[in-house]
Design a protein around this ligand. Sequence first.
Ligand SMILES: Cc1ncc(COP(=O)(O)O)c(C=O)c1O
Length: 327
Amino acid sequence: MSAFAGAQERLNAIPSLDLWAPPSPVHELPRLRDALGGGPRLLIKRDDAIPFGFGGNKVRKVAIVAAHAIAEGADTLLSVGGVQSNSARVVAAVAARMGLHCVLVANGAPPERLAANALLDSLLGAEVHYVPSRDDRAPAMARIAADLRRQGRRPFEIPLGASTSLGALGFVRAVGEIVNQAIIPDVIVHSTSSGGTQAGLVAGCAIYDLPTRVLGISADDPAASIRGTVEAVISGMSAWLDVDGDALAAARPIEIDDTYVGGGYGIMSPASREAADLLARREAIFVDHTYTAKALAGLLGHLRRGSFSPTQTVLFWHTGGQVGLFA
Ligand SMILES: Cc1ncc(COP(=O)(O)O)c(C=O)c1O
């Protein structure tokens, strides 16, 4: 029995919006495995196929954070991200579905032609404010929230990627979801950036007492910086799950490989381009340039180097983002 077993019950009691019917599918990748000349059993978890608002990992996080916002009486959801943020698009979609106003703060120039996530944000009715740099986003969101409060509105601020301890519980739940699907992989490989997905997966493996290794492939930041965030997000789960947060954060290794970032955030590398082509041509599954192609390049790199044994089951957690292909 898990040292954190009581947490499962508390987790189940945390409200979440009913936006879609889990589970997302899990299936084999037989033609990709053949292309690699065999090796471990390869599975994929299809969060790209979550049907709400073009799906992706953010739906799991925002469903919980927005349920909390609504319980607090919010009438407006605010969030931040790049112009092509998947997370911001999901916040806009949730706001539309729940009848709330949405304000997004995006770093970058207003696009001349709306495409991909920026187009969806507009279709969803979100009000988008543009700021010059990443560092300007959080202060701008705080300013807009203060203005709205002065007007008698009830804004709720959702930080970057909805990667709060509450949001990350969406991925603790997702571990329970694969347990119910009777899938206990030896290794999970996924894209990591703002840390919420990894925090949820790592904490989930401890809470559900799985022997699974979780390997995050960085989309941008150095491993040490993401690791610090993941630890902090897991520790903060104590407020929601009534567990020793530091013990939960220390229960499993937080493994991050930052060697697949290439030229930087959102810039394709030869390895990520090859990975994206291979998955599309072998399995008709699409990965995005910024996150999932780099994670897949990491998976292929580790498989080719023989990092995993042929008797193991390796699950690639597809975190979505395919809208970005149309930017
Ligand atoms: C498609 C996609 N995959 C992975 C990630 C990384 O997840 P996280 O921010 O929870 O680390 C993000 C967002 O940052 C994303 O949009």
